[in-house]
Design a binder for this molecule. Structure first.
Ligand code: BYC
Ligand code: FE
Ligand code: FE
Length: 469
């Protein structure tokens, strides 16, 4: 383990001079991007951060104060599995690849670039949030997520530099050139161009969009290309915290609303400066639907090719009975002149939908936990996931309109009722208005509850970010 090198790593970087030089050349470009597009302000502050220092399950993380630009963005691969095989697709049972198989080179590069692109995109989307953090604890969590998404970019850049030669190198430059929300050089996937201007959006993003990350990474962790599998397996250990930040963040918003409703005996919590559960529901509708789009179309020849090639598997592929998926079918909706009807498609072409199913089930559990809290306060309100057809832009449902229950709407009906379903101008303005910074130790904004615990056994009243003013 070379932790004290310029680029901490467990891939024996110092023995590969060519790769080391390539990455050392990329490092200043990355830093320039971090200063330009990473968190605005706070770069001179001491932040109590977790840094990955090894891949040992018990002790992989080190907690200490660090200035964000001094964060040790390292390259870590999960330990190799002995005699690993390709676990699915046409090469099922062959030895896993340590080098890129020539015939799959373009496909694999595309998967890695798509994954890599999301990481800096999310940092760009969140760059202004520090200025309105509800507490130092939340400020620290934001920066923790940001530096780790930066490290995830490093993880993909390592694969591009070490396995894709010159075009890989060009891709690593472009990863620093695209910009979230830009009209001429946008990020690749839809949700990563959506603005995240308030903390409720941030918590929704880390709940729903980072969870898409979890499922995409789980599918890539199955890859027959072993370096990709090992990189993504380690990324998943960091991902758990991102989803914790999201789920507990929304949970604390919900809790605050419930608390105030009980305390004031007034159902209109906006009068008391909290976020109403109806608005929380509209934010869920937005972020769940844009995250569903990230799984791609229901019927996808790309997904079939990724699976056949052994590059991108299913969630828990090992638990699947048949790793070839040649005979199976999957039932999807189709739309024809007669309206909607169901059709069986070959399973390999439905892999995006299979992964989306696992994701939706996971999201249901999260909503269940939020609803339990609402019940504990005895408030008759239930948060719900919208139907998977609702507000989609990609795939079969993308060219039609549906309400959150999945009932078809005409374009006029959709327009008329849009603000009933999704955060409208009024919601956004109200929530934005609540976003005032609370940067004093132990203090918290009025619209959100304190967390049940601090970080790493520390109290909430800890100075998670030491401001240098
Ligand atoms: N927006 O065959 P189709 C994360 C394109 S998140 C815009 O249906 P396919 C993270 C598609 O490229 C995880 N365009 O889908 C979370 C294709 O274009 P071409 C990210 C889209 O190819 C939070 C066309 O539509 N990882 O880590 O199966 C913070 C038809 O596509 C979208 C990955 O995504 C969209 N939403 O694509 C930080 C894993 N969806 O070929 C990080 C890598 C589809 O017609 N990516 N298109 O030009 C993949 O495995 C696949 O490319 C996709 C699905 C999952 C994106
Ligand atoms: Fe990530
Ligand atoms: Fe993440």
């Amino acid at each position: 383990m070379s932790l004290y090198e310029k680029i901490p790593n467990n891939v024996n970087l110092s023995s590969d001079k060519r790769l080391l030089r390539a990455l050392e050349h990329w490092l200043p470009n990355y830093m320039k991007w971090w200063y330009d597009m990473g968190p605005a302000g706070f770069q001179a502050d001491q932040v109590y951060l977790r840094t990955a220092v090894s891949v040992e399950p018990g002790g992989w993380a080190h907690f200490d104060y660090v200035k964000m630009p001094d964060y040790r963005w390292g390259i870590f691969l999960a330990p190799p599995e002995k005699d690993r095989i390709v676990g699915f697709g046409d090469s099922y049972g062959k030895r896993a690849w340590q080098e890129v198989p020539g015939e799959f080179r373009n496909m694999l590069r595309r998967i890695i670039v798509t994954q890599g692109d999301t990481e800096p995109a999310s940092v760009e989307q969140q760059r202004l949030l520090g200025h309105s953090a509800p507490s130092l604890y939340d400020l620290r969590n934001l920066f923790q997520v940001n530096v780790e998404e930066g490290r995830h970019l490093w993880a993909m850049v390592y694969l591009l530099h070490s396995h894709f030669g010159r075009d890989g190198r060009e891709e690593t430059e472009e990863l620093l050139e695209r910009r979230s929300g830009s009209s001429d050089k946008p990020r690749i996937l839809g949700a990563f161009n959506e603005p995240i201007d308030d903390w409720l959006s941030f918590f929704m993003f880390t709940t729903f969009t980072d969870r898409d990350g979890k499922y995409q990474l789980l599918a890539l962790a199955e890859s027959g290309f072993d370096p990709l599998s090992r990189t993504t397996r380690f990324m998943l250990t960091e991902e758990a915290h991102h989803m914790f930040v999201g789920e507990s963040g929304v949970g604390r918003v919900v809790q605050r609303a419930c608390e105030l409703m009980r305390e004031t005996k007034d159902d209109d919590v906006r009068r008391h400066g909290a976020i109403d559960l109806e608005a929380v529901q509209r934010y869920i509708n937005l972020w769940f639907s844009v995250s569903l789009d990230l799984f791609g179309g229901e019927i996808s020849s790309n997904a079939a090719s990724f699976f056949s090639a052994g590059l991108k598997g299913r969630y828990k592929e090992e638990a699947c009975e048949d790793h070839l998926a040649l005979d199976g079918h999957y039932r999807v909706w189709q739309h024809g002149p007669e309206g909607w009807y169901q059709e069986d498609v070959p399973l390999r072409n439905a892999m995006n939908e299979v992964l989306r199913d696992a994701y939706i089930a996971d999201c249901e559990n999260t909503l269940g936990r939020w609803n339990k809290m609402i019940q504990r306060y005895g408030i008759p309100f239930e948060l719900r996931l919208p139907d998977r057809r609702f507000h989609r832009r990609i795939g079969l449902y993308g060219s039609h309109h549906f309400d959150p229950q999945g009932r078809p709407l005409s374009a006029e009906q959709w327009e008329a009722r849009r603000d009933e379903f999704l955060p409208g101008e009024k919601d956004l303005a109200y929530v934005k208005n609540l976003m005032v910074p609370v940067h004093e130790i132990g203090q918290i904004a009025n619209w959100i509850s304190k967390p049940a615990h601090g970080i790493k056994g520390l109290p909430f009243e800890f100075e998670y970010v030491r401001r240098e003013q």
